[in-house]
Design a protein around this ligand. Sequence first.
Ligand code: IPE
Ligand code: MG
Length: 254
Amino acid sequence: MAAADKPPIADRPEGRPLHVAVVMDGNGRWAKQRSLPRPLGHRAGVEALRRTVSAAPKLGIGWLTVFGFSTENWSRPAAEVAELMALPKRYFETDLDRLNREGVRVRVIGRREGLSRELVRLIDDAQARTANNTAFHLDIAFNYGGQADIAEAARRFAAEVAAGRRKPEDLDEAMFAGLLATAGSPPPDLIVRPSGEQRLSNFLLWEAAYAELVFQDVLWPDYGEEHLRAALTEFAARDRRYGAIVADDVLAAG
Ligand code: IPE
Ligand code: MG
């Protein structure tokens, strides 16, 4: 592969990921273990998000994408959906001012359809207030599904073709990536899933092409800096080749 064709992934000298994505999972089990109602698990999950967002920049991470609500989560009982819908407000009320002061750009990726008008306003406001921040990037996937995002991008490109503004052959991987909700972010180097489940569950399907996956046996509400550090240690031990072979083997291949 020519150097220019390499995926735009920053191979950082210390073997640290630039972009980490997290499937925040295990809130329900955490609550159940404590005989608490599930909403309390979700609220404790917000605390874990706070700890993780504050640990990430200290560990050299520049982008953090977290999965907060998937397009499939609508199938949960209405009361639980209502609790999950209330989480962004809960989080922004306590944290947005500080995040903004610290130079964090907040972006919410996912469909706006289905969200209340109040929530959409809250999201728009959070994004607008932090839009020019560059110290750290927090992307919150909310009402997000990887397949839905890819389908939506394809639909938008098809509409451009139908309108005569684009030709089918204009489309390549880079242009397609620019049509996704994650446009502008580097692809995740590391995707972490706590709670013991070993699935992507429709998270960042396109973007995950070369991500290292780390599954951790901790429930999300217990997550914090030590778990993020452990994930980074595992990441640093991985050998990322992007489909190529290592230099020694190039020599051996003659
Ligand atoms: C993560 O915790 C929150 C969301 C998926 C919205 P869960 O609610 O999935 O917790 P478990 O998997 O039931 O433990
Ligand atoms: Mg779950």
